[in-house]
Design a protein around this ligand. Structure first.
Ligand code: FAD
Ligand code: NAI
Length: 475
């Protein structure tokens, strides 16, 4: 096996493994180094996304949603469930199986594409424009060389100062996905994406969930109208969200955690929880890379400094995904990985940040692409808005899920779609149409004139586009 590669990728998450596959497809002799271990100490490529992020969270969201349907939703359909039980061990076991299927899938893809995989930690030993030497510290230590290096080392959960994760009482995403007994009282600090998704999982399984958020607005980055609707719907389901809080002292006992905080009115409050999830954002991971040893520049927040093409300050060293600026999303990491492999091959890889979709997998789901109404106002852009509620959509009624709406924002003069925002059933799937439309710089009229299958949720998208011109047909 050759130890000299054209391209070496450090990190096998969605940014890294996809970059490695694309580089190999383009004819480069490629290696990928990833240090994640499964419970037996074996390789578990896929990074945060596969092991403790996107995949296991969606597995538990699905299982817990089935449970909620069985306990609360089926009755309306005339389905009577007697003796309903929860086997949490089995639910967690299924989640672990789904994770393993994805780990194995990536190892298979490496073989198929002739990417050499190294299990261990990769760190720079030396290098310059002529090539880099990288030490792989795994079961055995070895040294490999590469002309081009792509760093995709991802991110880690951010802890509150002085409150380290013990994954027993104070949980990061890792512990939040592996609670072995449904807590009676679950505290969550941070009403961001993880807080709402993991809070929903454990609420559906029976926990009383309190989410404490520092900002005064719910989901501040989301279109205000959509965020308000989402807050109303999630609160109605029983998720207790307190906004504008200031977290004080956190004390851990043997079996519980006490959180002192000040509420929005300035009154002192105290919450006692069986478990506490801290989901206040993530920090870039450059531990063990020996960045300083080779002079790799980080920015003031600890991210690897890159330009618009993901080039670092070192020649032929690139960085993608959570370890660089931009949204911390698996699909953003993947797009950057592909673009960098193509740039190395002399092609013109491109990532359009304006058309990266966001999805929060609560129920109903929240999804959006492009600008929010508040951003357009701040930018002084003249726009038209059109909304359509799922309440008026036949398929949503048949499904028994009529919550939420689709909202279109289009340029007042040209009618070009500037943003699409959805809270409602299957928003994660519906948003793709908007992404395609925006990539092709479609107008809202384009969507309004396209034939959509009936009955389908996508008709709500068409109707919202029609509403931009105040000519919805079904509302
Ligand atoms: P990572 O996935 O973090 O992968 C980095 C890999 O590099 C890891 O395997 C790490 O072990 C390895 N590594 C680090 N340093 C070294 C080294 N020196 N040598 C060798 N290996 C190294 N995003 C979505 O788009 N959709 C979702 O639904 C979603 N859900 C999420 C749910 C949760 C609970 C969390 C925490 C995140 C979620 N995300 C989601 C975000 C998503 O997981 C990240 O944006 C994505 O994983 C980033 O990919 P990456 O390749 O940059 O890094
Ligand atoms: P987040 O940035 O989404 O939310 C963090 C929240 O914590 C914010 O609302 C912030 O105001 C709040 N906060 C920060 N400090 C606080 C404090 N001291 N006290 C109280 N509240 C505080 O971060 P989160 O949820 O940790 O997720 C990290 C990232 O992972 C996300 O931003 C997203 O990029 C990614 N992710 C994506 C998912 C998806 O695409 N469906 C799912 C889960 C995570």
């Amino acid at each position: 096996m050759s130890k000299n590669f054209d391209v070496v990728v450090i990190g096998g998450g969605p940014g890294g493994y996809i970059a490695a596959i694309r580089a190999a497809q383009l004819g480069f002799n490629t290696a990928c180094i990833d240090e994640w271990k499964n419970e037996k100490g074996g390789p578990a490529p896929g990074g945060t996304c596969t092991n403790v992020g996107c995949i296991p969270s969606k597995a538990l969201l699905q299982s817990s949603e089935h449970y909620e349907h069985a306990s609360h939703g089926f009755a309306e359909h005339g389905i009577e469930v007697k003796g309903l039980g929860l086997n949490l061990e089995k639910m967690l076991g299924r989640k672990n199986t789904v994770v393993k299927q994805n780990n194995d899938g990536i190892l298979y893809l490496f073989k198929k594409n002739k990417v050499t995989f190294f299990h261990g930690r990769g760190s720079f030993t030396k290098g310059d424009a002529n090539g880099y030497e990288i030490k792989v510290a795994g079961a055995a230590e070895e040294s490999i060389t590469a002309k081009h290096v792509i760093i995709a080392t991802g991110s880690n959960a951010r802890a509150l100062p002085g409150v380290p994760f013990d994954e027993q009482l104070i949980l990061s995403n890792t512990g939040a996905l592996a609670i072995t007994e449904v807590p009676k009282k679950l505290g969550v600090i941070g009403a961001g994406v993880i807080g709402l998704e993991m809070g929903s999982v454990w609420r559906r399984l029976g926990a009383e969930v309190t989410v404490l958020e520092a900002l005064p607005a719910f989901l501040g980055a989301v279109d205000e109208q959509i965020a308000k609707e989402a807050q109303k719907l999630l609160t109605k389901q029983g998720l207790n969200v307190s906004l504008g809080v200031k977290i004080g002292e956190i004390k851990t006992g043997k079996k519980s955690v006490t959180v002192e905080y000040t509420d929005a009115k300035g009154d002192a409050q105290k919450g006692e929880f069986d478990k506490l999830i801290v989901s206040i954002g993530r920090t870039p991971n450059t531990i063990g890379l020996n960045a300083e040893g080779v002079g790799l520049k980080l920015d003031e927040r600890g991210f690897i400094a890159v330009d618009g093409d993901c080039k670092t300050n070192l020649p032929n060293v690139w960085a993608v995904g959570d370890v660089v600026r931009g949204p911390m999303l698996a699909h953003k990491a993947e797009e950057e990985g592909v673009a960098v492999a193509e740039r190395i091959a002399g092609q013109h890889g491109h990532v359009n940040f304006n058309t990266i979709p966001w999805v929060i997998y609560t129920s109903p789901e929240i999804a959006w692409v492009g600008k929010t109404e508040q951003q357009l106002k701040a930018d002084g852009v003249q726009y038209k808005a059109g909304t359509f509620p799922f309440l008026a959509n036949g398929r949503a009624r048949a499904l028994g899920d009529t919550s939420g709406m689709v909202k279109f924002l289009a340029d007042a003069k040209t009618d070009e779609i500037l943003g699409v925002h959805i809270v409602g059933p299957m928003a994660s799937e519906l948003i793709s149409e908007a992404v395609v439309a925006m990539e092709f710089r479609a107008s809202s009229e384009d969507i309004a004139r396209i034939c959509h299958a009936h009955p389908s949720l996508s008709e709500a998208t068409k109707e919202a586009a029609l509403a931009v011109d105040k000519r919805s047909l079904n509302f």
